[in-house]
Design a binder for this molecule. Structure first.
Ligand code: AN7
Length: 350
């Protein structure tokens, strides 16, 4: 069957009707890839849900096809969001597809280059503010409440509806829900969406089990872990540099209802996990390495010792190409040499 996006595939589980104009870039249907390097270390069956392969390179597209389609249905001409980068890239692309205007507020100097380029090529109006994501989010909430512009951050319930389809895909692929699901937590929409998806699929009789939800925040931006707002969040994982998440309560509920946890991982642990994935052929952005760092941390604490061979799915949320600067940070640029066979053979050691 030809894949034409998450709304067509999972229509019966989504708040759409025959009159909803479906704005899609054929997002979803991302691969669930076994990573033997991680299975070997943990003794679990570890898979990654490679969300970097969505049309704009992140999981946000699942939510954005819903948010923009519903905005279009309502007759909206303008959408707006605050973003650490991926939401703005996705909003800009789907708004372009829908021929709508898009305004994005970003924290100046703290979004990865690829994401900024995306928002700009799709002709969103990009406004960098002297403040962080939380400041930007506060502003867009106020403006969208007072003016005819649709908010497409994950406070918009249609975003969560779209993003829950990733859980459906995982159950369809595995035949049931996995025992564990690990995921990065920033504004906390995605952990909320997955938990909703897993519960709904079980209620519909499409799966039998529910996973333990394991959320991971960056140590310098871990409000849920510390149970307090972080005024000045800091982390190399700029996507999750968020101190006051919108879906805080729902994330705590997903954690507690599933018998899981939300923990913090240091930037160093994130970058080590990032390199392990790269070594396995998978290129992600730093925030996406947080769940890998998290399960490795839990593994050293013995958390999985009675769970041999159980299934672990880690959502890796964004593509590595989003953030080439971090990728190249501690790598030497190649030095140009003469275009000559002998030189090349000597360099390769042949
Ligand atoms: C790669 O783009 O918040 O916990 O404004 O880009 O659902 O917020 C991005 C978040 C994880 C966290 N991984 O997801 C934004 C934004 C990547 C991300 C998260 C984000 P949520």
């Amino acid at each position: 069957m030809r894949w034409t996006g998450i709304i067509e595939r999972y229509r019966e589980y989504l708040p759409v009707n025959d009159k909803t104009p479906v704005v899609t870039l054929y997002e979803g249907n991302t691969p669930l890839i076994p990573i033997k390097q991680l299975s070997k270390i943990t003794g679990l069956q570890v898979f990654i849900k490679y969300e970097g392969l969505n049309p704009t390179g992140s999981f946000k597209d699942r939510g954005m096809t819903m948010a923009i389609s519903k905005a279009k249905e309502k007759g909206a001409a303008m959408v707006m969001c605050a973003s650490t980068g991926n939401t703005s890239a996705s909003a800009a692309a789907y708004a372009a597809a829908a021929e709508m205007k898009c305004f994005v507020l970003i924290p100046d100097g703290n979004i990865a280059m690829g994401k900024l380029a995306q928002a700009m090529v799709h002709k969103a109006k990009v406004i960098a503010i002297k403040g962080n994501f939380d400041d930007a989010f506060h502003l867009v909430k106020g403006i969208s409440a007072d003016y005819p512009v649709e908010l497409v951050n994950s406070l918009n319930p249609f975003r969560i509806e779209g993003q829950k389809t990733a859980a459906f895909e995982i159950c369809d692929f595995l035949g049931d829900a996995p025992e564990f699901h690990a995921i990065p937590v920033g504004n906390a929409g995605n952990i909320t969406a997955y938990w909703k998806g897993y519960k709904e699929y079980k209620s519909a009789g499409k799966s039998q089990a529910l996973p333990k939800m394991l959320g991971f925040q960056a140590a310098g931006a871990a409000p849920i872990v510390h149970d307090r707002i972080i005024e000045h969040p800091e982390t190399v994982a700029t996507a999750i540099r968020i101190g006051n998440p919108a879906s805080w309560k729902a994330a705590v509920q997903a954690r507690d209802d599933s018998g899981g946890l939300i923990d913090a991982v240091s930037d160093q642990e994130i970058l080590e996990a990032y390199k392990i994935l790269a070594g396995a052929g998978i290129f992600v952005e730093p925030a996406s390495a947080a769940p890998i760092a998290g399960i490795l941390k839990l593994n050293t604490q013995g958390y999985f010792k009675n769970h041999a061979a159980q299934r672990m799915v880690c959502t890796v949320t964004g593509h590595g190409l989003k953030d080439p600067k971090t990728a190249m940070q501690d790598l030497a640029q190649p030095v140009a040499v003469p275009a000559d066979r002998q030189t090349i053979l000597k360099m390769i050691g042949l």
